[in-house]
Write a protein that binds this ligand. Sequence first.
Ligand SMILES: CSC[C@@H](O)[C@@H](O)C(=O)COP(=O)(O)O
Ligand SMILES: [Zn+2]
Length: 239
Amino acid sequence: MPCCSCHEIDFGIDVGVDNNHLIASKDPTHPANMICELCRLFYTNGWCTGTGGGVSIRDANKAYIAPSGVHKERMVPSDMFVMDLESKEYLRKPAKYKASACTPLFLDIYNIRDSGACIHTHSQNAVMVTLLFDKYFEISSIEQIKALPKVTEAGNLWYSDKLTIPILENTEREEDLSESLQQCIKSHPNTTAILVRRHGIFVWGENIWKAKVYNEALDYLMELAIKMKQFGIPTVKQE
Ligand SMILES: CSC[C@@H](O)[C@@H](O)C(=O)COP(=O)(O)O
Ligand SMILES: [Zn+2]
C-alpha cells in the first residue's frame, strides 16, 4: 500500500522503489554483493571499461541487474535493480538510475535457457575474434575447452571437441539485439555464449559460478585464437 496519496500522483519524477531488504546482506555470495564484486574484477580484466558490460544474477524468480551507464567497478549493492521475472515488475528500482540496456537481453536468456546468471563483457578478445571469424568463433584441441559445457547433455566438452560460438551483428542500441539474440539462442541449443560483432560477448550458466568459469575460459580461448591467427596456426586442428 502506498504510504500516502503522493505515491499515486504522477509528478513526472521517478520516485523509485527501495525495498532495501532485497539488497542488504552481509553474505558475500548474495547476488547484490556478487554483482559488485564481479564487476570490479571484470573491470580489472579490461572487460567492463567505461561503463561497458554488466552482470545479472537470478535468485528464484528475482533477477538482480546492474544499472545503466555507471562505473561498473564502483557499484554498491544499493545500486541494484531487482525484477520479478514472472510479472516483469521491478521489486527494487533506484530512482537515480536507469535499468541496464542489457536488461531485455538478460531476460531473453533467463526465459529461453532458464539460466541462473548472465555476464556481458566488452572484452577486446571478444571484439577481435568477431573481426577474425565470420559467423562462428571456432577452436578445437585446446585443454581449456574442457571448462565449457555440452549444454544439451550432461558433462563438459572434451579436449579434442570443436567449440563453436555464434556471432551476431551489432545494433545501434543494445536492447535492439533482443530479436536476433532470441533466434540465435533457440537455433544453437549447444551454446552457452553468443558473440556480438565489434561489441562483446554474452555468457550464461546454471549459476554465477558456472557463468564466471565459462566466461573466463572463453576469454582465454579467444585470446589464444587471436595469437594462433597471428602465427597462421589454424584454430581448428587439422586432422
Ligand atoms: C559504453 S556504452 C555500452 C552500452 O551501450 C552497452 O553495450 C553495455 O554493455 C552496458 O550498457 P548499460 O546500459 O550501461 O548496462
Ligand atoms: Zn555492451
